[in-house]
Design a protein around this ligand. Sequence first.
Ligand code: C5P
Length: 236
Amino acid sequence: MNRTAALVPAAGRGERLGPGEPKALREIAGVPILIYAVSALASARSIDLVVVAAPQSDVESVTALLSQQSFSDKVSVVAGGDTRQESVARALIALPTDVDVVLVHDAARPLVPIELISAVVGSVRAGNPAVVPGLCVTDTIKEVNEHGDVLATIDRDPLRAIQTPQGFDRELLQRAHAELDESQGIFTDDAGLIEEMGVPVKVIEGHVEAMKITRPFDLAIAETIIAKRRASGVIT
Ligand code: C5P
């Protein structure tokens, strides 16, 4: 049987959110960010198992937290690394051999809709070895120098703001992580590694609710989305 796994890098400190617990353990509307993200993945029929890369100092508490959830039988926890790339690599090593498609989803995107998860899996299973969700860019984008002087205005039409989950053929993603380390540059997503190998990456339509929690303002937006979902009877 060919199974699909989701890896959740959740080991970041989240310093741009201000002082406090690691980002994945901060709460929105009374629930830790990580629980929303893992719940969405574990609830997707297209996902068979979830591996969470937790902050090294919080592996026990994250394991205990996840073990209390209704979806706990689908989830395991590993210790994350010093960078996102290392956290993903550590989760990848923990996968069973019968997994052939892997999604990587940032814990920092807790409200990802299940339809987006399924669309990414579907696109990989349809033959695209690397798939990422993306949204058109709405702001005008300018390149500046270190003094804040504008160097150029970039044509935004061909630009996309890339989200997660990103989906991959497992063997390809494993090869990318084995061949490329941080001496070849800092990759802020997994598709970046695949591009570096010269393999095509497909962009599908993303979703505004797959937004990333980075700054305190993002928490307020997420709370609004959760309130809207609860009011319409959607459990998040
Ligand atoms: O820092 P940034 O928001 O780009 O992090 C994206 C994701 O990578 C977050 O879910 C974060 O928890 C994770 N991460 C990680 N290990 C690190 C740094 C970040 O798993 N060392």
